[in-house]
Design a protein around this ligand. Structure first.
Ligand code: NAP
Length: 281
């Protein structure tokens, strides 16, 4: 086997976090189509079961294993259940995440902590629990879903950006450490995803300069990053790559473009709506 690549996915076992809704079921379906057995986790047991039943009908083994990934005991129990049901895990997809568009000072300290735990600490710690096993078996892949938001901090989403930027840097560091072990790590950075997930619930069109992608494209990127061992994949249409090159040369340029083309206004309006909803609850 070529080091760091799992070319034939059929018969492998994957653990997918955030499997209950949003992008998770799309990633689960894409892996199941490749013949990958799926351990699905999230907190909502009924939703997880629905997704697991659908994947099982595609001919793979699929189990709903509810867990709160921010809780250390819950993570350990999850992995025990995964080992009981599947033996070992070849692929970990760190997909679960939370976001809340809001003024930074409107977020409670507790919520900031929860976001850091869910988006950043939990994937790192879950991976820490699984990696030794993958390294012993000399093969495996960890795919982490970050965000375009992690490439450039934006107003009203600063904490989310911090967690997602952390995932990108962590993946690149880990990936170099894992060279020659047969295990690898990839990170996916989707932009605004239409049709399903945390952006789609707003039922808004994304600002034109950034555009929208689809959950299927994110799922395809997951498969490609495992097969071809791709370090980082941006899943987004439009002129985002040249904009990022310009921004790397001079960070003020990206900020100016995002502000000028209405991205920050979009975040501000949505954050005001969110805060209005929170006040009326
Ligand atoms: N949708 C987008 O536009 C977009 C763009 C860029 C990046 N992303 C990233 O893509 C990933 C998936 O997002 P999504 O859009 O599918 O979000 P979503 O629809 O809100 O789904 C989030 C998933 O994470 C799970 N989750 C949240 N907290 C959890 C916890 N403490 N323990 C276990 N599971 C937990 C949720 O299940 P329960 O609530 O049942 O636990 C759910 O399955 C996230 O990392 C997100 O940051 C999304």
């Amino acid at each position: 086997m070529e080091v760091g690549t799992l070319k034939n996915l059929s018969g492998k076992n994957a653990l997918l976090t955030g499997g209950s809704r949003g992008l998770g079921p799309y990633i689960g379906r894409a892996l199941a189509r490749e013949g990958v057995n799926m351990a699905l986790t999230a907190r909502s047991e009924a939703d997880l079961r629905t997704v697991a039943d659908e994947l099982a009908q595609m001919g793979v083994k699929a189990k709903a294993l509810p867990a709160d990934i921010t809780d250390a005991a819950s993570r350990t129990q999850l992995l025990e259940r995964v080992r009981d049901e599947f033996g070992g895990i070849d692929i970990l997809i760190n997909n679960a995440g939370i976001e809340r568009l809001s003024l930074y000072t409107s977020l409670s300290p507790e919520f900031i902590e929860t976001m850091i735990q869910t988006n950043l600490a939990a994937p790192l710690l879950l991976t820490r629990l699984l990696l030794p096993e993958m390294m012993r078996q000399g093969s495996g892949h960890v795919v982490t879903i970050s965000s375009l938001g992690g490439k450039k901090g934006s107003p009203y989403t600063a904490t989310y950006a911090a967690t997602k930027a952390g995932l990108i840097k962590w993946t690149w560091g880990l990936r170099q450490e894992l060279r020659e072990t047969g295990v690898s790590a990839s990170v996916i950075c989707p932009g605004f995803v239409a049709e399903a997930g945390m952006f789609a619930v707003y039922k808004k069109r994304a600002p034109g300069i950034v555009g929208e992608t689809t959950p299927e494209k994110v799922a395809d990127a997951v498969i490609r990053s495992i097969r071809r061992d791709v370090g980082e994949t941006i899943v987004n249409p439009g002129p985002i790559r040249p904009m990022m090159v310009l921004d790397a040369l001079h960070p003020g340029i990206g900020t100016w473009m995002l502000r000028t083309f209405g991205v920050y206004d979009f975040y501000r309006r949505q954050s005001e709506e969110n805060e209005g909803e929170l006040r009326s609850e």
